[in-house]
Ligand binder design. Structure first.
Ligand SMILES: N[C@@H](CCC(=O)N[C@@H](CS)C(=O)NCC(=O)O)C(=O)O
Length: 212
């Protein structure tokens, strides 16, 4: 298998957290998004969408989408699964992971529509999309509304889903660090999320992900 990655991009980072958690031995190939290596004919032949992550399977098939790649790699690790071990856990963890995309779309709406380097690249990937400045304000509302819901949910729980460390925690942690770094947003008023974040920063796979 070959894993197509970019070190600081949130979606490949989520997959790398799974690789680290399960100590999976896999070839990692970096595609430099800052130099638009994802838009070269060579990479588009691998993934015509021009996005990372992508996983090339041993039989030549290409698997896209961070959530699909992560569940694929995670399955087969039974008790240590990041996606839950019984019917309920699996459903609740998946529910959180999907819901977190609304938060991340808000983050994307802000940075893709405000940064000069995304001119005509308002959406990720190989196709041209104009920036829409009006989405910046809406994106910021979307971020705040999602975090308010998460803050309320987190008041009485240690983790995002079913009170155990899961891929949902990995997802939010990575999206939050990205939002702080790229948007320069301060979330310190969200006390439950901040407590959770400081606990998460001590999870071995998270520590290793950000140290590597
Ligand atoms: N839904 C996809 C999104 C993939 C995606 O948008 N990846 C970003 C990096 S986080 C990308 O490849 N961006 C390329 C670009 O900016 O053109 C997933 O979860 O894997």
């Amino acid at each position: 298998m070959k894993f197509y990655n970019f070190k600081t991009a949130p979606n490949p980072m989520k997959v790398r957290a799974v690789i680290i958690h399960h100590k999976i031995d896999i070839e990692i190939i970096d595609i430099n998004l800052l130099e638009q290596e994802n838009l070269t004919p060579k990479y588009l032949a691998i993934n015509p969408r021009g996005t990372v992550p992508a996983l090339l399977l041993d039989d030549g098939q290409i698997l896209l989408e961070s959530l699909a790649i992560s569940t694929f790699l995670d399955s087969g690790y039974g008790e240590k699964s990041l996606f839950g071990s019984d019917q309920q856990e699996k459903a609740f963890i998946l529910q959180k992971c999907i819901a977190l995309e609304d938060f991340y779309i808000g983050v994307q709406e802000v940075f893709r529509n405000s940064l000069e380097r995304y001119k005509n690249r308002g959406l990720p990937g190989s196709k041209a999309y104009e920036q829409i400045p009006a989405l910046i304000e809406r994106g910021n509302h979307r971020i705040d509304n999602n975090l308010e819901l998460i803050e309320n949910d987190m008041k009485n729980s240690l983790y995002l889903a079913k009170d155990k460390f899961s891929y949902a925690d990995i997802t939010l942690y990575i999206y939050l660090q990205f939002a702080k770094r790229v948007l320069k947003r301060d979330f310190s008023h969200l006390k439950s999320i901040m407590n959770w974040e400081s606990r998460l920063s001590n999870e071995p796979s998270i520590k290793k992900l950000y140290d590597s």
